[in-house]
Structure formats: structure tokens, C-alpha cells
Design a protein around this ligand. Structure first.
Ligand code: GBH
Length: 469
């Protein structure tokens, strides 16, 4: 049921694991700056050291081998490679580090999937306006081309940007992620727009300059919950769930996979709200220029980060202020039959993934899909015997199997989040997503496999032997 070349992976992100924040002339990123201000992150923690994967990469490789992964998803730290964000100055130590990681993986028969951007913009580019500035797309394209040029002989799976939704909304609307801006109703749409422009430019560069020789595939990773109307027979709830989906998955998937532009209900909702609140001027949702490379068709596969599901109802006439929540006029409701057992936002709903995969197949013309992130965290007292998480992985992978076998979804790979317990953004080290436990109180930062890791290794080896047999 899983195709013989199915990718069995796990993922990490540079800032969450590497540490070495100043090592070997790495430049600072917006997450360095953000965490170094008090009151931003749980316990004022930061990623200065994290799992110290910059020095302990070999330990990570052992974990990867213990799991029997066929693929490993990592991200590159832009500011480690290009300390001030531009290709004018290349940090060779950074190049060496990622060369070693990639070469070691390949030597162990593990294919790298490389994310160019996982939330950590070089601070030097933030100082020039960051993702709000139009010129960021050109900087990103140069960085991407540098990476294709440097690593693309060996890397065949690329993700340009991870979760533009999260960068835009959490970073520029809610201010709970770096760069910590709170400019509701305006900045997130600009940021999302520039991320799409940047992604499209990089895809076109790959397509014309590198693909002919390197023959890899490029996409962007879109996070989406599965959404259902709270009352399936209530027209307002149905419309609210549709709007919610348009403002999350649709925001990025529509331009890239369907029309080259934002979902119509997104634009009309935003413009209607502007009118209501007396906000004049151009639409707060920018428009794509015909003079720039087209966004439509700039993904060689669909990269999905799925964690949870939500019920949705209309908000009605509450709180009329300029913000994304008012624009989308749809509220998520936790369903009591979908239990929360870890971090507060994560209801455990494995079957939501199957439904979302079917929706993606039907809506986006049956693309090849990689599930680039999926996971479930522990909080509170630590258990190496994390049986609930083992069950979660078993159930989820079974849902993926049904999506392939019964719904005919073209799923090409599944990556758990995460290989290691790591720096979980605003939750610091208090939330653990790893298949391996990391002892952050021990100077050696020793890694130890959770039972869920053992379970995942078993699943992988079962399907691998089925495939070869
Ligand atoms: C992923 O995003 C990230 O890509 C990854 O780096 C991270 O480690 C992983 O999640 C686990 O968190 O704080 O209540 O406003 C997943 C999508 C969307 C999930 C934002 C958390 C925050 C909810 N994320 N959401 S809240």
C-alpha cells in the first residue's frame, strides 16, 4: 500500500536544534534577537545552544540510523551561510557544516530534504524591512540560487519556505514569533504576499537554471488543520469553515496550485471588512503584478504540515477591529470528542489527516504529496514510555495508508516532527516533539530514543521489508 520508494522521514529546523548561534562567524537571525529580549519566550529560554547539533551532528546521524529513516528533513540557517543575508559575503564554515551533513546522510543512504527558510531571517535583512519589504524576494532568490548551486548536486528535494502562514500571522500580526511585530490586519498580508513572490522567484530560478542538470523538485510547506463546520447542517457554520480554510490553506495553496491569485472569498471578506471599518485605500490584500514571475504552477509537489483538526463556527458581529480574525469571521471551536493531551493547540485527530489529504487531491488536481510535518508533543512530566504518542503515530500512519489505498491520494512520503526534542519556539524547551529525548540539563545533551521512536522504527522496517519482498 505504501509505494516502494515511499519516503520515511523525520524533520528538524536549524534554529530549533543547531545552537552555535555565534559560532564561526554566523550572523544573527531574528530568532536570536527575539529570544534575547525578556518576556518573549517561555522562561526566557533561547536557541543559543539548543541541541547543539552544530557540534553534535554525528549524534543526530546515529538517531537517524537507529530509526532506519530513508529521508531526513533539515533546514539551512540563512545567516550561517550568508551572515548579512546577501551573497556578497559567504561564510565557508557554514558551507562546510551543511556539506558534511548532506554527505554523511548520503553515505548512510538517507536522502536529504532541505528547507531554505524555517522562520530564521538574517537580522541584517530584518533591519532593511524584513518580509514586509518588496525587495526581500530578490534577496531570497539569490540565497536560494546560492543553495541550489552549492548543494543541489546532492539535494533533490527542496522546500523554499516553511509555513508562510505562521511567519506572517504569528510573527507580524500576533507578535508571538520573531520578529514580534503586532500590526494586525495589514502586515501579515504583506508578508504572506512577499513570501509567495520570493518562493515563486526561487522556483523559477530552479526551473530554468538548475533543474535541467540537477533534476530535483521544489515546493513550499503549507501548514493546515483539517476543518469542519461545528454543525454540519448549519449554513453559517459551513460558510465559516470555508472562509477559515480560505484564510489558512487557501491563502497560499490557491495562488500556487489553482488560480495564481488569492481565494476570491478571502479578498471579498477582507475588502468588505475594510469598508465596514472605514479603512480606505487599496485592498489590504496585495495583488500580484503581471510583470513578475507567475506564482501559479510553482510547486513540483504538495508539501503539507498537518497537526490537528478544528470545528468552526461563524463569529458574527463581535469585536469589529482591524485584524485577520475579524476579516475571516470564523472561529475555531474545540470538539470534546477530539481530545487535547499535549500542547494546548493540538487536538489528536489522526483521521483529519486522511480527510485533508482527500481534499487536497480533489482540490489541487491530484498532486504528489509529501507530509512534511506531523507530530504530537509531551508536556509536563517526562515519559520515555510515551505510549500515547506511539498510538498517535500508529493511528496516523494507518490513516495515511487508507488515504493511499482507498482514496487514491498520491502520498509520496511522511515526515514526523521531530527527530529530536528541541527549542519549541515561544514554548522554549517545555514542549517536546522528539522521537528522541534530549536531556537539556546535561552538558552532553544526550539523546535517548522514546518508545514512540521505537514504534516508528518498527513501522518503517515493516513497510520497507514488505516493499522489498
Ligand atoms: C510547526 O508548525 C513548525 O513548523 C515547527 O517548527 C514546530 O516545531 C511545530 O509546529 C510544533 O509546534 O500558539 O496557540 O497561537 C505547526 C503549525 C501553527 C502550530 C501555529 C502551532 C500556534 C498556535 N503551528 N500554532 S498558538
Amino acid at each position: 500500500m505504501f509505494p516502494c520508494d515511499f519516503a520515511w522521514g523525520a524533520g528538524t529546523a536549524a534554529y530549533q536544534i543547531e545552537g552555535g548561534w555565534q559560532a564561526d562567524s554566523k550572523g544573527p537571525s531574528i530568532w536570536d534577537t527575539f529570544c534575547h529580549k525578556k518576556g518573549r519566550v517561555f522562561g526566557d529560554q533561547n536557541g543559543d545552544v539548543a541541541c547543539n547539533s552544530y557540534e553534535l551532528w554525528e549524534k543526530d546521524l546515529e538517531c537517524i540510523q537507529q530509526l532506519g529513516l530513508t529521508h531526513y528533513r533539515l533546514s539551512l540557517s540563512w545567516a550561517r551561510l550568508l551572515p548579512d543575508g546577501s551573497t556578497g559575503h559567504v561564510n565557508q564554515k557554514g558551507v562546510q557544516y551543511y556539506n558534511k551533513v548532506i554527505d554523511d546522510l548520503l553515505a548512510c543512504n538517507v536522502s536529504p530534504m532541505v528547507t531554505l527558510y524555517h522562520f530564521d531571517l538574517p537580522q541584517a535583512l530584518q533591519d532593511q524591512g524584513g518580509w514586509k519589504s518588496l525587495s526581500i524576494a530578490t534577496f531570497f532568490d539569490s540565497y536560494a540560487q546560492f543553495c541550489f548551486q552549492t548543494f543541489g548536486d546532492r539535494v533533490k528535494l527542496w522546500i523554499t519556505i516553511n509555513e508562510p502562514y505562521v511567519c506572517a500571522k504569528l510573527g507580524h500580526e500576533d507578535g508571538i514569533h520573531a520578529p514580534g511585530l503586532k500590526e494586525p490586519g495589514i502586515a501579515a498580508y504583506m508578508v504572506g504576499h512577499n513570501m509567495l513572490r520570493a518562493h515563486a522567484m526561487a522556483w523559477h530560478s530552479y526551473n530554468s537554471l538548475y533543474r535541467p542538470k540537477q533534476r530535483g523538485a521544489v515546493s513550499l510547506a503549507i501548514n493546515s488543520d483539517w476543518l469542519e463546520p461545528l454543525h454540519s447542517d448549519c449554513a453559517e457554520d459551513i460558510a465559516a469553515a470555508e472562509r477559515y480554510l480560505a484564510f489558512t490553506l487557501g491563502w497560499f495553496a490557491w495562488p500556487v496550485f489553482v488560480t495564481g491569485d488569492y481565494p476570491e472569498i478571502m479578498r471579498s471578506a477582507i475588502d468588505a471588512q475594510s469598508k465596514k471599518l472605514g479603512y480606505s485605500g487599496d485592498s489590504r490584500l496585495p495583488s500580484f503584478s503581471k510583470d513578475e514571475p507567475a506564482v501559479l504552477g510553482t510547486a513540483d509537489f504538495f508539501a503539507l504540515n498537518y497537526y490537528t483538526s478544528r470545528k468552526v463556527k461563524a463569529r458574527g458581529a463581535c469585536e469589529q477591529v482591524l485584524c485577520m480574525k475579524s476579516d475571516r469571521d470564523a472561529e475555531e471551536v474545540l470538539d470534546p470528542s477530539w481530545p487535547i493531551c499535549g500542547v494546548s493547540w493540538l487536538a489528536v485527530v489522526p483521521h483529519g489527516l486522511r480527510k485533508l489529504l482527500k481534499y487536497i487531491k480533489d482540490t489541487f488536481n491530484n498532486p504528489a504529496v509529501y507530509i512534511t510535518e506531523n507530530g504530537f508533543s509531551q508536556v509536563g512530566p517526562l515519559q520515555i514510555e510515551d505510549d500515547q504518542r506511539s498510538e498517535f503515530y500508529k493511528d496516523t500512519i494507518f490513516e495515511v495508508a487508507k488515504a493511499i489505498g482507498e482514496d487514491g491520494v498520491n502520498v509520496r512520503g511522511y515526515f514526523t516532527w521531530s527527530l529530536l526534542d528541541n527549542f519549541e519556539w515561544s514554548d522554549g524547551f517545555s514542549v517536546r516533539f522528539g522521537l528522541f529525548h534530549v536531556d537539556f540539563s546535561d552538558a552532553k545533551l544526550s539523546r535517548a530514543m522514546y518508545h514512540s521512536g521505537r514504534e516508528y522504527a518498527k513501522i518503517i522496517s515493516k513497510y520497507k521489508s514488505n516493499q522489498s519482498g
